[in-house]
Design a protein around this ligand. Structure first.
Ligand SMILES: Cc1cc2nc3c(=O)[nH]c(=O)nc-3n(C[C@H](O)[C@H](O)[C@H](O)COP(=O)(O)O)c2cc1C
Length: 171
């Protein structure tokens, strides 16, 4: 599959085959894709929490009501920013950095025929606080989002489309 085909295939998957096995190798391939994303000054200000424990997944659903797809997902990956890894120039760019990381991961999962759903945490202060508490995170680690991962029980297929009116051409 070309990158363009993968982009057009990806969509947020909210129904998964419950109990489907996602191998550690697949998880590491997805994590690696995230870690290969560009970041300001190559500061790589990220950390990942891989949650396969069902009780913890239940806890996540309790503190973030829009993560109910975790009922059937095989795991969740929490992308976190590490504020200590920013320097004077890259400071403040961590949302872009973590966003790029996340999209790489979603596309990589799609290539592996795995479904994902990006569930936002940062910058909602209440959610950041709840996740920090649940995972006992130090102050420099900011939970950025939760990515549900699993074997899709619904069709892939992009919901996005090209809109010429959103483009300004300057020749
Ligand atoms: C920053 C951000 C936060 C999101 N948060 C949630 C969420 O909490 N729960 C959810 O089900 N989907 C969430 N989504 C997924 C969007 O709803 C989804 O990407 C959008 O509707 C477009 O659909 P698609 O991903 O299938 O193209 C989020 C997406 C982004 C980029």
């Amino acid at each position: 599959m070309s990158v363009n085909e993968i982009i057009k295939k990806r969509k947020s998957i909210r129904k998964y085959e419950k109990g489907a096995v996602v191998t550690e190798e697949q998880i590491k391939t997805i994590l690696e894709a995230g870690m290969l994303a560009p970041s300001a000054c190559n500061s790589r200000p990220f950390q990942f929490i891989v949650v396969r424990n069902r009780e913890k997944l239940e806890e996540i659903m309790k503190i973030h009501s829009y993560t109910q797809m975790l009922q059937t997902a095989s795991l969740a990956i929490i992308v976190c920013a590490d504020l200590n890894l920013q320097n004077e120039i890259s400071e403040g760019y961590f949302p872009e950095d973590c966003g790029a990381v996340t999209e790489n991961m979603l596309l990589q999962a799609t290539e592996l025929e795995l479904g994902t759903c990006w569930c936002g945490v940062y910058p909602k202060e209440d959610k950041v606080a709840s996740f920090s508490k649940l995972f006992n995170l130090p102050e420099n680690i900011v939970p950025f989002n939760v990515i549900a991962v699993g074997k899709p029980a619904e069709e892939f297929g992009s919901r996005g489309f090209y809109e010429e009116e959103k483009v300004t051409w300057i020749d």
